[in-house]
Design a protein around this ligand. Sequence first.
Ligand code: M6R
Length: 613
Amino acid sequence: MCGIVGFTGTKPVKDFLLEGLHNLEYRGYDSAGIALLLDDNSLFIKKRSGAVDVLEDALHETDMPAQTGIGHTRWATHGAPSEINAHPHFNADKSLALVHNGIIENSYVLRESLEAEGYHFVSETDTEVIVHLLDKVYKEREDGDLLQALIDVSKVLEGSYAIVLLSSEHPGELFAVRNGSPLVLAKHDDGAYIASDVIALVSRVKHVITMDNNEFAHLKKDGSVHVYNDKKEELEHIIQELDVNHIPLDNGEYPDFMLKEMNEQPDVIERLGQDRFDAGSIRLDGLNLSDEEIKNTDKIFIVACGTSYHASLLAKNYIENLAGIPVEVAVASEFANQHVLVTDHTLCIIVTQSGETADTLAAARKIKDLGARVFAITNVLGSTAARESDGVIYTKAGPEVSVAATKTFVAQIVAVFFLALFFAEKNGRLSSEEVLSHLKDIQDLSVKLGEVLSKQEDYEKGSRFFAQAHSALFIGRSLNYPIASEGALKLKEISYLHAEAYPAGEIKHGPFALLEPGFPVVVVIPHDDTRAKTLSNIKEIRARGAVVLAVATQGDAEVEENADFVFWVPSVPPLLTPLISVIPLQILARKVALDRGQNVDRPRNLAKSVTVE
Ligand code: M6R
């Protein structure tokens, strides 16, 4: 996580740094800071605990003509979110300042040895180790070659990192290294730009260069950008045009991004359905798999985190059910320690909205090393997941700003459903007509999602009840167990209310003990072949005095009679119930969070993209 931005050129840099940091705040927002190179070649550093706005206020009165600078917005890993731990970090004589994204795994050992040599640390961060180590290596070299010093230091650092460095001895220059955490560069008439994400650069440049791992960059104020490998050999790089998807957005008429993005879901569904429907049959161009390879696939691993993991659980159900290929789903961070058996015919699919989740990328690299081919389902064009995979399916939901995933989850479900249809057609398990009929069902869903979203006032009573609770249970069966899990994740993520999800049939094996009068239970109960058993669960729960909020299919009188609150959804084909049941749970989470006075777009301790393991 953490956002990095930097510029060196012929224009004042301060406003660009602040604008870039605002656009990068989705990567972390617990503290922020900038370092500027002043006319007398000294470094000016200002840091603040809290959001970028706090830093901006602190800089309000400062008129800074500086034309070279770096900035950072932090998501704390080592050390509390505080001013002292905020970046940039600097060496004792303040001739070097740097910003860092990632984790230095051997920082403890390095810190001990630097302290033994007399280096004094002021923060608790792993980042400060880098700047003192650079100070030592650079001064020992005595040849003023800061790029080489950075190369030497990176050989000692373990972990993943992106670093951008400013030096008072190298006015008008910036130095950077990428190793595991993304960095993009841009050349321009005004000067040279660098950032952890193109979103910080879109207002300034039209083309970018994406750095690869173990590459070093040297930026100069004339706008030139040079990229080197660790032998200091200069590398050629493809200059890519920026995608409109990266344009930073505002929430327009909506009070928050979450509501805006939730309300975009009908359009997302319609667009995705239309794309494939117009094509006359299912087309997944980015997959790069021959019919033979699909027929021979013996197993698919799907790895993901958080909401993307819930979409992966649905993928397992769809692919096994429709295409008959065995699927194993793993939480990416657990996959690292899992014993994985692959053959020449095993595929791996990573599902990641951002395409930058470190756990997911590590899992993909592990299975790739074992010989499986890796495919990504991601929302972000040119993301690390897309670049490192053998094929990509883009979810095309448009940029998602709110930390809580909503429209991208729905787009992921549609993508994995398409994938299952695609495999099923290739395997001869579904005819083209059957595939087209499923695609038509997806298209029809758009209006139905719109109906649910237009009735948010119906949720007031139920949401207010939940807002008073201390804990809640979410249950669902089969395809709707991942939806119950997603509902619980959404609720705890933005309202800080403890919530746990269970398969509906499993609660009698333990969680039943939690039930007491007033205890809230959300039951996802569509009118499908799981309904009868789930209805029995509702009755068992009510018999213990617990309060049931059901997400049920319009017109289900028996559910209405047995539940305390009902959030109605229109009837949809059984395989597509997850796409409609999730909407009331998003609405519930948002309303509860607002009732509890929380910022729904920026929940505490979280970041939109989790780039540390
Ligand atoms: O970008 P990714 O899909 O890889 O992110 C995975 C999780 O961090 C993410 O889904 C997280 O759980 C969301 N904030 C949930 O709303």
